[in-house]
Ligand binder design. Structure first.
Ligand SMILES: NC(=O)c1ccc[n+]([C@@H]2O[C@H](COP(=O)([O-])OP(=O)(O)OC[C@H]3O[C@@H](n4cnc5c(N)ncnc54)[C@H](O)[C@@H]3O)[C@@H](O)[C@H]2O)c1
Length: 350
């Protein structure tokens, strides 16, 4: 058995996040410890399933589970009500009962869809997360947010649903294309800005599982304190107001993690503008973002991006909740008047 570290998430229903290397082949045993299901429905996308499906399936069968697999085309375009409907029909046809469970094998798209599926099928069945992108490992697989996109916008239909266990194998990152790895690094930099320990680790010669563990610990602590996002959890939205604007303006061609990296740059420039950090520190932090994410230059005018905030879920009337970056390790939730939002973030020419 490979080595793995367990991180406890004390949400309404507590669960563990296991982080290690080579633990994919132990998935069956790790799921068996936490459920009495007869059958496990593996939900995955075509790319991930073709690489890791057999290992997971064999591991589940080896400990006595029967398995069925629902595999859909990869990509954000599949995270919709159509795929969701097909998945529900599949589970019904296969006769999965309430005591059976779902295993989400894939990135954030798979995790969000499979999570929503397990929150709603027969009014809720158990589910396990086996995240395979860096973004899913450090962010989306922990916290219990699940959703699908509808034509009016992203993640507009969903539910809070905590998994039974999250099983993270850092080895699967080796097959990730560099661009997709870098997207995850956008969220990693966000954690580095929230927690100096993560920032310091990222300045050193570190191992992926160390970064994953620290980010998961940070997220777990935040989620424990604010499971339903009424306060502290909003810190995790650092860089996201601008990121959502960029994603929307690009018609979702620019992926989330890259948009977050660009959003973080505007937070740093905003902090320079407010004299929270000096210009040199600001430049160092922007270089840190670029080195880790290769996000490049802002693709749209800041005023246009900020204009999209009108659609943001964090808006309430004339005000919007913002995670305000002051310096590394110092971020606070604040309310900004919508009309002042343009002034609030900064651009590279300040
Ligand atoms: N629930 C949350 O809290 C939360 C948080 C952040 C993002 N999200 C959601 O996550 C989604 C983005 O997730 P993502 O970036 O993981 O995208 P993704 O799931 O689409 O994965 C990106 C691509 O990588 C491929 N892939 C995945 N793992 C691989 C591996 N190990 N080797 C090779 N290829 C692999 C996939 O097939 C896909 O083509 C968005 O829908 C976003 O809304 C959710």
């Amino acid at each position: 058995m490979a080595d793995y570290g367990a991180i406890k998430v004390n949400a309404g229903k507590p669960y563990e996040v296991l982080v290690g290397r080579g633990i994919l082949k132990d998935v069956g045993k790790l799921i068996k410890e936490k459920c009495r299901a007869d059958r496990i429905a593996i939900v995955s996308d075509d790319v991930v399933y073709s690489i890791y499906g057999k290992t997971v399936e064999d591991s589940l069968i080896n400990v006595g589970f029967k398995t069925v697999s629902f595999v859909f085309p990869h990509g954000e375009k599949s995270k919709n009500l159509d795929t969701f409907g097909k998945a529900i029909s599949f589970l019904i046809e296969e006769g999965l009962t309430r005591s059976d469970a779902v295993a989400a094998l894939g990135g954030g798209v798979v995790g969000d869809l499979a999570g929503f599926l397990s929150a709603t099928y027969l009014r809720g069945i158990g589910y396990f997360q086996i995240p395979t992108t860096l973004l899913a490992q450090i962010d989306s697989s922990v916290g219990g947010k699940t959703a699908v996109d509808i034509k009016e916008g992203k993640n507009l239909v969903g539910a809070f649903k905590q998994p039974e266990r999250v099983i993270i194998d850092a080895d699967v990152l080796s097959s990730l294309p560099a661009e997709i790895f870098n997207e995850g690094m956008g969220e990693a930099v966000k954690y580095a800005f929230l927690d100096k320990k993560i920032y310091d680790l990222m300045q050193s010669d570190y191992k992926a599982e160390e970064l994953i563990s620290l980010c998961v610990r940070y997220k777990a602590k935040t989620v424990e304190e604010d499971e339903f996002e009424s306060g502290k959890r909003k810190l995790l939205n650092l860089g996201h107001t601008v990121a959502h604007g960029i994603e929307k303006l690009s018609d979702y061609e620019i992926p989330h993690g890259k948009a977050v990296a660009l959003g973080l740059k505007t937070c740093v420039y905003g902090a320079v503008k407010r004299n929270s950090i000096d210009k040199k520190t600001g430049e160092e932090l922007v270089a840190f973002i670029e080195k880790n994410t290769a996000a490049g230059d802002m693709p749209f005018k800041l005023s246009d991006i900020v204009g999209q905030a009108i659609y943001d879920k964090k808006r309430s009337g004339e005000y919007i909740s913002i995670a305000e970056f002051k310096e590394v390790g110092k971020v606070a939730v604040t309310e900004i008047q919508m009309k002042n939002l343009g002034e609030y973030f900064g651009e590279s020419d300040i």
